[in-house]
Design a binder for this molecule. Structure first.
Ligand code: BTN
Length: 156
């Protein structure tokens, strides 16, 4: 192989490397969804597990809203656009929400978390079980320039 061929392969390799590193979708950080809810995801460990804090903008409970803890995990074999799931155990109600989703990054490096959720309310009895679970979707975008919120952490 001539010098030109080698240089071409090297250049292609470098382009591939830089493209893949640009496309990594990182879950940790501050996010807001279309309802105005905020969440902060702390560092993701080597096993893909993470914790965080959620401040919902809306609630089905007739109680003052408080910051609530997140626990979840993501796939670490597919760092570019990983799937993930997390639970929010609401501190101000008897309900629990589970979110599942995928972290997408577009050609401009903009990240979104496309999620679906199940919100489970506490039913008074098994007879009332049938309407105790709501389902919906949320899209989260990154809140730029915001570090992991200390005030949210202190509120918990
Ligand atoms: C409750 O109502 O008991 C707890 C708050 C639930 C808030 C839900 S979870 C799904 C949806 N997405 C949000 O950001 N908030 C609502």
């Amino acid at each position: 192989m001539g010098k030109t061929g080698f240089s071409l392969i090297l250049a292609m390799g470098l382009v591939t490397l830089s493209t893949s590193s640009e496309k990594k979708c990182i879950l940790s950080g501050a996010w807001q969804n279309e309802l105005g809810s905020n969440m902060t995801i702390f560092a993701v460990n080597k096993a893909g597990q993470f914790s965080g804090l959620y401040l919902t903008a809306v609630s089905a409970a007739k109680k003052p809203i408080l910051v609530s803890p997140i626990n979840g995990s993501q796939h670490i074999d597919s760092l570019e656009q990983p799937t993930f799931g997390f639970t929010v155990k609401w501190t101000f109600s008897d309900s629990t929400t589970v979110f599942v989703g995928q972290c997408f990054v577009d050609d401009h490096g903009e990240e979104t978390l496309q999620t679906m959720w199940l919100l489970r309310e506490k039913a008074k009895s098994a007879e009332n079980n049938w309407n105790a679970t709501m389902v919906g979707t949320n899209i989260f975008t990154r809140i730029k320039g915001q570090k992991v919120s200390e005030s949210m952490r202190n509120d918990l």
